[in-house]
Design a binder for this molecule. Structure first.
Ligand code: NAD
Ligand code: DAU
Length: 348
């Protein structure tokens, strides 16, 4: 298969590219705008291996740029769209880029897939939209199923939900071959340190305070990145056209429990934990029912007890990777997001 992977220099996309090239004979073209979150070194392993490099090409560009997308789609059998602005806190500070990539970008990709598929009806292009559990909104009790209404509560989640709705509309209106994955909170090597787990690991390593929003009793269902990437590949290969598939993790964990586990593993005291003013509109809990993808034959392999220590070990061993990311633009973001909050913080 020849796959166009958009957003393939980011955290989950690059994991998908590395694992897919190693486990199949597929060829991959990555289209990535290399925003602040994109990192070409995430693909170094591919560039350094002659057998993988032979089936790989990187193109820097924007998924909302129709000319670039059309120029790549001709030779492609499937598009897997990881490209998005992915951080909720940044969407609260400024949402424009979230809408441009999450709505216009998805529309441009779908339109290119529709047009190219029309010229080869025997071999339509499959479009995989990598979405999120956040489209269901906060789930106080129980677990979301794929047919639940979408009730996004942050600008990030609203842009992702709009993308999902467009994908469904292209399937109904144009018969485009689409599938959607809705993954849970993902963690692992190469994750941008703006997110909870890598932020707390890297802050703890450097003896900096770790800022817990509100009471810290919010729950997230953590999914190891290799599992997330493999589930996307599984749905690409076996998902039924027009369907969405939840990809849950190992079950809900509170942010306080996550913090305790990180500080204990890094060997730092609880006194680094600071309680800071809450995220506006903070979703209290996410939980998804995974029966649909399990019936298709997929289940997660990496348990939280194994995935978290492996993630911490990777960040301890790869300071060069995250020190580069935590520089330049990072300092302005950190001050804007945490300066006031940490000044107002109390022991957690
Ligand atoms: P990320 O922020 O690490 O990577 C996003 C990538 O997309 C970056 O390489 C960036 O340069 C690229 N990109 C952004 N805008 C682009 C554009 N307009 N054109 C081309 N490339 C662009 O994100 P991630 O955590 O790897 O998430 C990947 C996808 O998975 C996203 O769609 C996200 O919504 C979804 N998701 C993430 C999680 C999670 O916990 N991280 C969970 C569920 C779903
Ligand atoms: O659920 C899937 C989603 O998970 C993805 O769609 C998003 O792309 C991804 O960023 C993630 O969203 P969250 O908002 O859940 O992840 P984040 O790592 O930002 O926060 C996890 C929890 O930790 C959340 O309850 C907020 C809290 N938090 C986060 C940060 C960054 C803190 O308490 N302090 C922090 O400094």
């Amino acid at each position: 298969m020849r796959i166009l992977v958009t957003g393939g220099a980011g955290f989950i996309g690059s994991t998908f590219v590395r694992r897919r090239l190693r486990s199949t004979g597929d060829s991959i073209v990555v289209l990535d705008a290399l925003t602040y979150a994109g990192n070409i070194t995430n693909l170094a392993e591919v560039e350094e291996d002659a057998t993988l490099r032979a089936r790989f090409r990187f193109v820097r560009g924007d998924i909302a740029d129709a000319a670039v997308v059309r120029s790549l789609i001709g030779e492609i059998d499937a598009v897997v769209n990881f490209a998005a602005e992915s951080h909720v806190d940044r969407s609260i500070l400024e949402a424009d880029a979230f809408l441009r990539t999450g709505v216009i970008g998805v529309h441009v990709l779908l339109d290119a897939v529709r047009a190219a598929s029309a010229t080869r009806v025997d071999r339509p292009i499959r479009f995989v939209q990598v979405s999120t559990d956040e489209v269901y909104g906060a789930v106080d009790v129980g677990a979301s199923v794929e047919t639940d209404p979408l009730v996004p509560r942050s600008p990030y989640a609203a842009a992702k939900a709009a993308g999902d709705l467009l994908v469904g509309a292209y399937h109904v209106t144009h018969g485009t071959d689409v599938v959607i994955t809705r993954g849970a909170n993902t963690y692992g090597p190469h994750q941008h340190p703006e997110k909870l787990i890598p932020l707390f690991i890297t802050n703890a390593i450097d003896d900096l305070p770790v800022p817990i929003y509100g009471d810290g009793l919010q729950e997230r269902d953590w999914l190891y990145v290799d599992d997330h990437a493999d589930a996307v590949g599984f749905v690409l290969d076996r998902g039924q056209s027009g369907q969405a598939y939840n990809v849950p993790g190992g079950g809900p964990v509170t942010n306080r429990e996550v913090t305790r586990a990180i500080l204990a593993t890094v060997g730092k005291p609880w006194s680094l934990a600071r309680s800071v003013p809450d995220r506006p509109g903070h979703d209290r809990r996410y939980a998804m029912d995974g029966s649909k993808i399990e019936h298709l034959g997929w289940h997660a392999k990496v348990a939280w007890d194994a995935g978290l220590p492996a993630t911490i070990a990777w960040f301890v061993a790869n300071r060069d990777w995250w020190a580069r990311v935590r520089s330049g633009e990072w300092n302005d973001y950190y001050e804007r997001q945490y300066g006031r909050r940490l000044a107002d913080s109390v022991p957690a």
